[in-house]
Design a protein around this ligand. Structure first.
Ligand code: ADP
Ligand code: MG
Length: 238
């Protein structure tokens, strides 16, 4: 299960309020995209959900349970970092196994999950290589594999494709979409790229300066943008 609810969540850094009171529900299994210009608070919001930052007030609930004070490792969510967060000296297999090792998953179960993740991500033939011997797309898949084996209630992606070239980005977008279709697990995906938002999302959350400007399906936002900001951001995909 992976329903995530934000209730009047705020975040300030010192005197600076970055997230004003914000309410949002992400349904179990939904592919939810946070979109908005640089500095609008997308990463902060994702980090609050992940527990990597503490909320200043309000509550974050996961499947109805208050997780506001739950440490990141216990929230059952998996953050997918950009591919450069891989351990360069470890094989692909060891990189993927790492979170399971930390969690004390038995070896046999580890091997089973690694095999399944590798199959889903077309990495079976690359398990004994090191990240440096892989393409950018393959490295990004390893980073996703490391999240999959934790069997999270939700995946959290922060601009995972921003350091890939344009052609590769299109392919990876499709692969992440396919993975979502296969796993049916909640995904929260942060991007400043309108095309990514419009093509990947079940639900788009448009952010401006920490405020939600509009929430809706790509079609709803395209047909009925609530204001000029949303129209400008969504209505003219490049
Ligand atoms: P985005 O991911 O949409 O580009 P961020 O969430 O990174 O935006 O940042 C939102 C705002 O919060 C920015 O003004 C940024 O400078 C500020 N901010 C983010 N993290 C911190 C921090 N640790 N300390 C102070 N200000 C921060
Ligand atoms: Mg960011």
């Amino acid at each position: 299960m992976g329903k995530i609810t934000l209730e009047k969540v705020t975040k300030s850094f010192g005197d600076v309020n970055v997230i004003p009171p914000l309410d949002l529900t992400i349904e179990d299994g939904e592919f939810c995209v946070f979109v908005g210009p640089s500095g609008c608070g997308k990463s902060t919001l994702l980090r609050l959900i992940a527990g990597l930052e503490d909320i200043s007030s309000g509550a974050i609930k996961i499947d109805g349970n208050d997780a506001s004070n739950t440490p990141p490792a216990k929230r059952g969510l998996a953050m997918v970092f950009q591919s450069y967060a891989l351990y360069p000296h470890m094989s692909v297999r060891k990189n993927i196994a790492f979170p399971m090792k930390m969690a004390g998953v038995p070896q046999e179960e580890q091997d089973k999950r690694i095999a399944a993740a590798a199959k889903a991500l077309n990495l079976t033939d690359y398990l004994d290589r090191r990240p440096g011997q892989l393409s950018g797309g393959q490295r990004q898949r390893v980073a996703i594999g490391r999240a999959i084996v934790r069997e999270p209630a939700a995946f959290l992606f922060d601009e995972p494709l921003s350091n890939l070239d344009a052609a590769l980005r299109v392919g990876m977008r499709m692969e992440i979409g396919e993975l979502h279709a296969k796993l049916q697990t909640t995904m929260i995906y942060v991007t400043h790229d309108q095309v990514e938002a419009m093509t990947m999302a079940d639900k788009i959350v448009v952010l401006r300066a920490g405020n939600i400007e509009q929430v809706g399906s790509p079609l709803e936002l395209y047909r009925a943008p609530r204001n000029l900001f949303v129209a400008g951001f969504i209505g003219s995909p490049k």
